[in-house]
Ligand binder design. Structure first.
Ligand SMILES: *Cc1c(COP(=O)(O)O)cnc(C)c1O
Length: 390
């Protein structure tokens, strides 16, 4: 189905931060398959695990015990301080699980129409519940009737959350991204998550963080909430967890533990031995190579160099982000930059019409980071010269 407006390129192989197309042109990947391949392409440890586990046991089903799933859960608990995990195959499924937990948590408290607070500009996936939760008309249009039970607040606005809390006894949870990814790399104020945590404690809401894009070292910590001194009740993961092998997870702690019971939820593929082995290798490799700290350091370097590169460029409105989740906002729509960048051998994405999004692999060298800035500078400077602002 023509669901994707694809760029005119076909890749045949990759290595580290580089991809080669069918004409042997080389591209620097500053997007990592949309924040997925944190270890870069064709990582030898990931490839070895795929081959080894693939020739031993791929799938049995959740009717039976799966030691790799238990080990992966144990590792995720150790790294996150959360208490239980449910494994899925995608980000949307992880968020579906979170929404189901919130509803059941509400029903267990005799709230018959439980409501989840979500934010403007958010993205949680393309299933009916997650597109209804998303704060983007583009993903909802044409798919009405939307799933009910969501109330929307401005992102990074604690006062509005307080108003909702005072006026709605049916609210049971808030679902929010620590940094909005698809919405344009929107970084909230430093105290935002802490204030959300306090509000959740005060009103008995579940604090549910969508870390599908921010999780697994992307922002310079294992999980983005670890930049603040809090722990959420529910966390959703996917993108970076399998380095391209599909796997997601929904983690719970505190009041969200044991909400889902036998028979409440399930997945045929979720948590299979192959997916979990690959994810275990991803976590192990990231920990061994200290890629969270490395992402933080590379992010500083990229943002400093981008700021310097565009110091004289009035068309660049803002440079923001955390770790290797970076947005460069222009003062005008810049969708055409996707193709300009491709022609210059650089892979990026454009969010919210005018924000260049960079999600490079966490394994890039300093030189590769500098090369991203150099290529971006040429493309953006040329673009701003020829395209008039609105
Ligand atoms: C990508 C993304 C999703 C959806 O993940 P899929 O694997 O495409 O279903 C959900 N939430 C956030 C924050 C995302 O970035």
């Amino acid at each position: 189905m023509p669901t994707y407006a694809r760029l005119p390129v076909t890749f045949k192989k990759g290595e580290g931060a580089w991809l080669w197309d069918t004409h042997d042109q080389r591209y620097l990947d500053a997007l990592s398959g949309i924040g997925v391949c944190g270890l870069g392409h064709a990582h030898p440890a990931v490839a070895a695990t795929l081959a080894q586990q693939g020739s031993t046991l791929i799938h049995t089903s959740n009717l039976y015990h799966i030691p790799q799933q238990q080990q992966l859960a144990d590792q995720l608990m150790r790294l996150s301080g959360m208490e239980q995990a449910f494994f899925t195959n995608s980000g949307a499924e992880s968020c579906e699980a979170a929404i189901k937990i919130a509803r059941l948590y509400g029903h267990n408290k005799d709230i018959t129409t439980p409501t989840v607070v979500v934010t403007e500009g958010s993205f949680h996936g393309r299933t009916l519940a997650t597109l209804s939760a998303s704060g983007s008309r583009k993903v909802q249009a044409g798919f009405e009737p939307l799933v009910q039970g969501f109330v929307r607040a401005k992102f990074n606005d604690i006062d509005e959350l307080r108003e909702i809390a005072k006026n709605s006894g049916d609210t049971v949870a808030i679902l929010v991204e620590p940094i909005q990814g698809e919405g344009g790399i929107n970084v909230p104020d430093d105290h935002y998550l802490t204030a959300v945590r306090e509000l959740c404690d005060e009103y008995g809401w579940l604090m549910m963080l969508d870390e599908v894009q921010t999780g697994i070292c992307r922002t310079g910590k294992w999980f983005a909430w670890q930049h603040s001194d809090i722990r959420p009740d529910v966390v959703t993961l996917a993108k970076g967890l399998g380095n391209g092998f599909p796997i997601g997870a929904c983690l719970v702690s505190g009041p969200a533990t044991n909400v889902l019971q036998a028979g409440n939820h399930g997945s045929t593929f979720g948590g299979n031995p192959l997916a979990c082995s690959v994810a275990l290798t991803v976590l192990q490799t990231m920990e061994k190579e200290q890629l969270a700290a490395r992402a933080e350091q590379l992010g500083e370097r990229l943002r400093t160099n981008l700021t310097q590169a565009f110091a004289e460029e009035t068309g660049v409105a803002a440079i923001r982000g955390k770790g290797l989740m970076i947005g460069v906002e222009l003062d005008r729509p810049c969708g055409v930059l996707l193709k300009d960048a491709l022609e210059a051998g650089l892979l990026i994405s454009i969010q919210a019409d005018n924000v260049i999004r960079l999600l490079p692999p966490l394994i890039i060298s300093d030189e590769e980071a500098d090369e991203i800035v150099a290529r971006l500078k040429t493309i953006v400077t040329t673009f701003l010269k020829k395209e008039a602002p609105l």
